[in-house]
Design a protein around this ligand. Structure first.
Ligand code: G6P
Length: 615
């Protein structure tokens, strides 16, 4: 993972880089560092900890002057997070300095070779190997930095987004990408480099996104030159106009991004179906599906590949696609799928779901599926991301930037897109009547208001959070469409409060988890009116007789669960397949409040990162 930022131009680089790193902290936050060129030498400061720790240390350690610089916020892969392993890394001569996001897989062999040639290593990182390899090539062949980077990268196996500069040529930064994102912001006589556009959004709306296996020489006052790393071919830069704005990436009065994003869900869901859900015309329009309708109709099955919360959205979609469109669905962890020898045929449709569009395992699963002839459809949030580009077609979720590491609005908007797809296919296949179809559209259109209503439980959820915040274990139960919601609720709690939680299909409880239930165990049970209600009520009785503490997520007006449960949180009524969009809201709030009460870092939980670009 890791976030990288660079600047070369006419302004002071430091404020841009430090602020940029803060915006990229979602990518990793175990250590950080910055290298600046002050007009005569490189000044470098780095530390274990967050960007704010770096800021304090750096400002007391070095001068912050300079209009060229690079910075890094790390999520450790090679070497524990400490000051020495933090980036940037110098080459042995001290002439070159580099930042790197990714993994150099053959670093050990390269390192041994370099040690034989007299190189000395201070850190345990693969990155220090790369910068010395570049130095070695440059020195032996007496060539410019750009060429040396290119030759070195051709010897490297792995993934990277890098930025490197030479203190003897302080007018250029060389950048390259393979597998990890890298954007170049184009200003007036100035350039910005970053893992995504958020660090430079207030300076320019024009950006180039490097493709895999491309490198660029970013020279002060000159045009950006892009080349293919493998064959040196020049590439015409494609400058995109960014849609992002500053407001979207700030907290806007909320204490945390996670809370802001939870509250953004009514709008985000509306944005997802805007122009696609046409209830008056009784139509669903999704260009990616429409253009490939023949393939969808001929498909034997759908295989969903995803990770984390996106995988949970995929699991919800299994129920929806099968129920509405009668297409068999398999939902796969991308990390497992990519290393199996899965049976994939040309009659399979693979749907890859990813908020970031950068998850390495999902990307690899897509490549595998494509190589075996499947048609791959992407459901991504980040426009122009690697997965969005790698897939044959797709539909964006349009949720806006999601910055809190624990995914919230990405989940509900993914379910919204997948529901629209299922409805469109159901209509085309004739597996749903026109009146049912119309009814589903009307119900889906009402969801944003119902999410708004569900959010009103916030204060009550806060009270419940206070009662259970010291529990060491939680159980989450749900059935049918709400079984994946139980998994997602448990994941949210684990991620940000570090309380152990398990999600289970309610009926499976008796095959194991029931042994855990005693008076200490809070059990969150999703028991909405539609969908196996009586069966779930029986499950609740089983918990009650073992003295478990029951928190029921129920349909407004519910009476039976209220009599049995210790607490009930109401959500508005809707049709069964849409209940996950509502039941998930109190679960997000529950994990949020517990984490806040326990004093945890909600937006940047330990050991996690938002965008997992390593396998
Ligand atoms: C990380 C994030 C999760 C996310 C998962 C998949 O683990 O912390 O919130 O669900 O990656 O990410 P994606 O961007 O592919 O949805």
């Amino acid at each position: 993972m890791c976030g990288i930022v660079g600047y070369i131009g006419h302004r002071e680089a430091y404020p841009i880089i430090i602020k940029g790193l803060q915006r990229l902290e979602y990518r990793g936050y175990d250590s950080a560092g910055i290298a600046l060129y002050d007009g005569s030498d490189i000044k470098l400061s780095k530390t274990k900890g967050k960007v704010v720790d770096l800021k304090d240390k750096l400002e007391s350690e070095i001068s912050t002057i300079g209009s060229l610089g690079i910075g890094h916020t790390r999520w450790a892969t090679h070497g524990v997070p400490n000051d020495v392993n933090s980036h940037p890394h110098y080459s042995n001569s001290g002439d070159l300095v580099i930042i790197h996001n990714g993994i150099i897989e053959n670093y050990d062999a390269l390192k041994k070779e370099l040690i034989k040639r007299g190189y000395v290593f201070k850190s345990d990182t693969d990155t220090e190997v790369l910068v010395n390899l570049i130095e070695d090539v440059k020195r032996n062949e007496d060539i410019k930095l750009g060429k040396a980077v290119q030759i070195a990268l051709n010897q490297v196996v792995g993934a990277y987004a890098i930025a490197v500069f030479d203190k003897n040529k302080p007018n250029e930064i060389v950048v390259a990408r393979l597998g990890s994102p890298l954007a170049i912001g184009i200003g007036e006589d100035e350039f910005f480099i970053a893992s995504d556009a958020s660090p430079f959004i207030e300076f320019t709306k024009n950006a180039i996104y490097l493709e895999d296996e491309e490198m660029a020489i970013v020279r002060r006052g000159k045009e950006v030159k892009i080349r293919k790393i493998k064959n040196d071919a020049l590439v015409d830069p494609y400058v995109q106009e960014l849609q992002l704005n500053l407001e979207q990436i700030e907290k806007g009065g909320y204490d945390h991004f996670m809370l802001k994003e939870i509250y953004e869900q009514p709008e985000a869901i509306k944005d997802t179906f805007r122009g696609r859900l046409l209830s008056k015309e009784a139509m669903v329009k999704l260009a990616g599906v429409e253009d490939n309708m023949k393939k969808f109709l001929a498909a034997d099955r759908i295989i969903v590949v995803a990770c984390g919360t996106s995988w949970h959205a995929g699991l919800v979609s299994e129920y929806i696609f099968e129920d509405l469109a009668r297409i068999p669905v398999e939902v796969e962890y991308a990390s497992e799928f990519r290393y199996r020898n899965p049976v994939i045929t040309e009659k399979d449709i693979v749907i890859a779901i990813s908020q970031s569009g950068e998850t390495a395992d999902t990307l690899a699963a897509i490549k595998l599926a494509k190589s075996r002839g499947a048609f791959v459809f992407g459901v991504c949030n980040v426009v122009g991301s690697s997965i969005a580009r790698e897939t044959d077609a797709g539909a964006y979720t349009h949720a806006g930037p999601e910055i809190g590491v624990a995914s919230t609005k990405a989940f509900t908007t993914q379910i919204t897109v997948l529901t629209l797809m299922a409805l469109r296919l159901a209509r085309a296949k004739g597996t749903i009547s026109s009146s049912e179809f119309r009814h589903h559209l009307i119900e889906l259109e009402l969801i944003p208001d119902k999410v708004e209503e569900a959010l009103k439980s916030d204060a009550f959820v806060q009270t419940i959070s206070d009662i259970y915040k010291d529990a060491t274990n939680f159980l989450y139960l749900g059935r049918g469409f709400n079984f994946p919601v139980a998994l997602e609720g448990a994941l949210k709690l684990k991620e940000i409060s570090y309380i152990h939680a398990e999600g289970y299909p309610a009926a499976e409880m008796k095959h194991g988890p029931i042994a855990l239930i005693d008076e200490q165990m809070p059990v969150v049970v999703i028991a909405t009116k539609k969908g196996h209600y009586e069966k779930v009520v029986s499950n609740i009785q089983e918990i009650k007789s073992r003295k478990g503490k029951i928190i029921g997520i129920v349909t407004k007006g519910d009476k039976s669960v209220k009599e049995l449960a210790d607490h009930v949180i109401e959500v508005p009524e809707t049709i069964e397949c849409l209940t996950p969009l509502l039941t998930t809201i109190p679960l997000q709030l529950l994990s949020y409040h517990i984490a806040v009460m326990l004093g945890k870092n909600v937006d940047q939980p330990r050991n996690l990162a938002k965008s997992v670009t390593v396998e």
